[in-house]
Design a protein. Structure first.
Length: 566
């Protein structure tokens, strides 16, 4: 029998079959509608719009709030399972057996790394499921009946549909109370939106009168004019149906599925993670409501599960003694405390269990400000993490927020080398920096302690410190630093001073360079690594100079020309 068109099951002319007249409203245990879980289908007929990414990370956000959540994957690609670290196993029962053979949904559910998140996985057999279902009685109701049978076990059920409007998606729409439609911020992504909305209206009129559009979520939003124009156009036409939160293009969000983790477990401080937490808040019974209802454990009660969003007593939380950031500006803490008094703590801190207490992994500044604001409790995400992982998360968060001064950053890198056995190259990979950046930062630890203190206090900038490293001996550096502070010299003037001191006190004219500055040496190293040949940077003045490249054969010259695109 040929496969039906995308809406044939609900758009046929004439009287509707009895199986399409009513959607189920009571579960296997006779649950009234108001006690049923919130069932949400994530659907769009266009692929590559972030549909599975949204399903996985929204489910993870709800589970992190300790809301029992079930994610059902009806997409034959099975990417939702892979993104949660559950490889597809076509030999085991899956959603295919639920739809075709009537296997109870509870028998195919698998536990995930998140305590409150379960997955009903897909299998490749779903590819032919639409053909096999086409002639079956009540084919569009099968998922709805399966979900009703497990209704008492969950508070949220999310259904990830394939990028089509066939029978699998129809089952998802008939089973759901609401639909979330991910839309990529590109013009081609708008073309299928009308078809999705038309299908939702048909399903609502024919098979599921309770179905509604919970919202349109804008995904893969880039910082360019095109994305902004698409967003403005969608908001203009659909107004309140568009979620306020926009999901940005984010490298960490793209990487997390390859590690088999939702973004919440892969990088909680990333923009992608924060966007999905915010999307959950936007979603009616989202994170804002969940946070208000979250359990408030005592300081002596450990919380079960690997990850959870809790409201912790501030006295149950302790600072991390290995926190890379050592200084907190009082004035800025007071400003944040004033904001917290008015709005509360908007972003949870990240903690891990330490005996009967919780130790901060990231967010110490928010915790300190909450205490100043007089809060008794603070929202926190609980995560299992080793000492090394906790240190790395804290370091990366501070680097991303530019919260560390140059010396704190260097000391943190050195701790990764000394205490965690990493090479400079490994450190660079862990924190997302160039190796030369890490090496240059570590050089700052050669400065005398008084000079490092001046950098910590903000009296000297990173550029001053690098220039001073051009001097030999701690005493020479101390005297030069004192002069820089006394005369309030700029970085450029400091570099000139160092060249004069290295040259025996002789004034250096604009056409002469007695010694290369650290910045020039770093540039030379970068050029040599990139081009694979010996390089020299010869400044003529503060704003001009030349670059010299050495080659030993015509083949080497050709290689250099290829690398610079000449």
């Amino acid at each position: 029998m040929p496969m039906p068109s995308s809406t044939s099951a609900v758009a046929a002319r004439g009287p509707r079959p009895a199986s399409l007249r009513h959607a189920p409203t009571r579960g296997k245990r006779g649950l009234p509608e108001e006690l049923m879980p919130r069932i949400i289908t994530i659907a769009n007929q266009k692929g590559g719009v972030g549909k599975t990414t949204t399903a996985v990370n929204l489910a993870a956000s709800l589970a992190a709030a300790e809301r029992r959540t079930l994610l059902i994957d009806v997409d034959p690609q099975g990417n939702a399972g892979s993104a949660l670290g559950i490889p597809r196993d076509d030999a085991e029962p899956s959603v295919y057996e639920v739809l075709l053979d009537g296997v109870p949904l509870a028998e195919v559910v698998k536990r995930t790394e998140l305590k409150f998140l379960d997955l009903a996985p897909a299998s490749r057999h779903l590819v032919g499921a639409e053909l096999e279902l086409a002639g079956e009685e009540g084919r569009e109701q099968r998922l709805a009946r399966a979900v009703a049978a497990v209704a008492a076990e969950y508070e949220y059920v999310l259904i990830d549909c394939p990028p089509s409007l066939g029978l699998l998606t129809l089952n998802g729409l008939v089973a759901a109370q609401g639909v979330i439609i991910p839309i990529q911020c590109e013009y081609f992504a708008l073309e299928g939106l009308a078809d999705v909305l038309r299908t939702i209206d048909l399903v609502k009129g024919a098979a599921n009168p309770r179905l509604q559009v919970d919202g349109i979520v804008l995904t893969m939003h880039a910082a360019n004019n095109l994305a902004q124009q698409v967003e403005d156009e969608i908001r203009k036409h659909f107004k309140k149906e568009v979620f306020k939160t926009v999901i940005p293009r984010n490298v960490r969000l793209s990487e997390s599925p390859s590690h088999g983790k939702p973004i919440l477990l892969y990088d909680v401080s990333s923009k992608g993670c924060q966007s999905y937490l915010e999307l959950a808040r936007d979603l009616g019974r989202g994170m804002a409501a969940l946070l208000a209802n979250a359990p408030a454990p005592s300081a002596s009660t450990p919380i079960g599960g690997r990850v959870g969003l809790l409201s912790l007593p501030v006295e149950a939380v302790e600072r991390n003694p290995d926190q890379p950031r050592k200084r907190f500006d009082d004035a800025r803490l007071d400003e944040l405390a004033a904001s917290i008094r008015e709005l509360g703590v908007v972003e949870p801190i990240l903690v891990r269990r330490q005996g009967q207490r919780y130790r901060i992994v990231a967010g110490e500044r928010r915790w300190r400000a909450a205490q100043r604001a007089g809060l008794k409790e603070i929202p926190a995400l609980v995560r299992e993490a080793s000492d090394a992982e906790s240190f790395r998360i804290a370091l990366v968060e501070n680097l991303q927020r530019a919260d560390l001064n140059a010396i704190e950053e260097a000391e943190a890198y050195q701790a990764l080398v000394d205490e965690h056995g990493l090479t400079q190259e490994a450190v660079a990979g862990k924190v997302g920096k160039e190796r030369s950046t890490v090496a240059n930062a570590l050089r700052l630890l050669r400065l005398p302690e008084e000079v490092r203190d001046a950098v910590r206090e903000g009296q000297l900038e990173m550029g001053h410190a690098r220039a001073l490293l051009g001097l030999e001996g701690a005493e020479a550096i101390r005297r030069a630093a004192a002069r820089v502070l006394r005369e309030k010299l700029s970085v450029r003037a400091t570099e000139t001073l160092v060249r004069e001191l290295v040259g025996g006190g002789k004034k250096v004219g604009p056409g002469r360079t007695i010694a290369e500055s650290p910045a020039v040496r770093a540039l030379v190293q970068r050029l040599q690594r990139r081009l694979g040949c010996r390089c020299r940077v010869v400044p003529k003045s503060d704003a001009a100079g030349r670059i010299e490249l050495d080659y030993t054969s015509l083949e080497e010259l050709d290689g250099i020309l290829d690398k610079i695109g000449a």
